[in-house]
Write a protein that binds this ligand. Structure first.
Ligand code: IPM
Ligand code: MN
Length: 335
């Protein structure tokens, strides 16, 4: 049996509720006998900062480093002090954000199955800048090294998942310096993957085409801020943030997190949709090379969606987080 040490960061708002649900699902996998987890619960976020003055204690970062993988739920106002340093200091350079249309989930388009591969360490998120009373500057930093490794990651993912096309998204008609470097890197990586179709698209046109013809896309690779914006757009396409998981992947470490935030309006009411968190856990299992277990979790979620009887309010139902978690576990143990 393989045992994994998993760092969990529940954070704020609905974070602890969806984390508890995902941990229950992983615990249910243990009953199969092939896999085991040692969860280490770590603190970070608004609540912790209120109590101690620090949003991301060094122990939290160190523990994630020492774990086999991390699960992160959501933090509120302190996101900039928590998830951004985690991504950058652990060099989790690939932010992988799949958007798929799921059964019985009200959505704009039901023909969507894309993966956004977002560069996760530089660009406008480098936080280089200055501020005067009447002006502000944020510098966009793009390097060949980071651009090449994210492009390689996108092409490798396309190859691994049998996806035929990579679209590189840029704004080279205006941001010619930075996007110039990014595109050169993408082109050189594309040249070594002739079996995968490569296209380039300007980000504003891409934003529109995602709405009008999402089925034309497969893998999108882009810089940090464009990826941030397009991934929320893609989440909107497939029925909102309750369903979209994500991965922050580096060469040594990885942290898996739903794209949604803390949802303060419903926090503490036990009605949050835990599926994005569970699907993030499924991505974690895949990264740990536990493909069968990863598929089992995804399939269990799919079956409950297909059945359609147990749904949380964001999907038009009235089920509690706990009820949907039990329904998913019921399905999971049948697989
Ligand atoms: C995301 C979020 C974060 C980001 C925020 C909360 C710092 O929007 O994960 O997409 O901008 O990356
Ligand atoms: Mn975002």
């Amino acid at each position: 049996m393989t045992r994994y040490k998993i760092a969990t960061i529940p954070g704020d708002g609905i974070g602890p509720e969806v984390m508890e649900a995902a941990v229950k699902v992983l615990r249910a996998l243990e009953d199969g006998g092939g896999i085991g987890f040692d969860f280490v619960r770590l603190e970070a976020g608004d609540g912790l900062k209120g109590r101690t003055g620090v949003a991301l204690p060094p122990e939290t970062l160190d523990e994630v480093k020492r774990s086999d993988a991390g699960l992160f739920a959501a933090v509120g106002e302190t996101a900039k002090e928590v998830i951004l340093p985690l991504r950058q200091r652990l060099d989790l350079y690939a932010n992988v954000r799949p958007a798929k249309a799921y059964p019985n989930v009200p959505c704009l388009k039901d023909d969507v199955d894309i993966v956004i591969v977002r560069e996760n360490t530089e660009g406008l998120y480098k936080m280089v800048g200055d501020r005067g009373p009447d002006w502000g500057i944020n510098v966009r930093v793009i390097t060949r090294r980071a651009s090449e490794r994210i492009a390689r990651f996108a092409f490798d993912l396309a190859e691994r998942e049998g996806r035929g096309k990579v679209t590189s998204v840029h704004k080279n008609n205006v941001l010619d310096k930075t996007c110039g470097v990014f595109l050169e890197a993408c082109r050189s990586v594309a040249a070594s993957h002739p079996q995968i179709e490569y296209e380039e698209m300007i980000v504003d046109a891409c934003a529109m085409k995602l709405i009008l013809a999402p089925e034309k896309f497969d893998v999108l690779v882009t810089t940090n801020m464009f990826g941030d914006i397009l991934s929320d757009e893609a989440a909107g396409l497939v029925g909102g943030l309750g369903m979209t998981p994500s991965a922050n992947i580096g060469d040594e470490n990885a942290i898996f997190e739903p794209v949604h935030g803390t949802a303060p309006d419903i926090a503490g009411r036990g009605i949050a949709n835990p599926m994005a968190m569970m699907l993030s856990a499924s991505m974690m299992l895949e990264w740990l090379r536990e493909d069968d277990e990863a598929k089992t979790v995804e399939r269990a979620v799919m079956r409950v969606l297909k059945d359609g009887r147990v749904r949380t309010p964001d999907l038009g139902g009235s089920a509690k987080t706990e009820e949907i978690t039990s329904a998913i576990i019921q399905e999971l143990i049948k697989i």
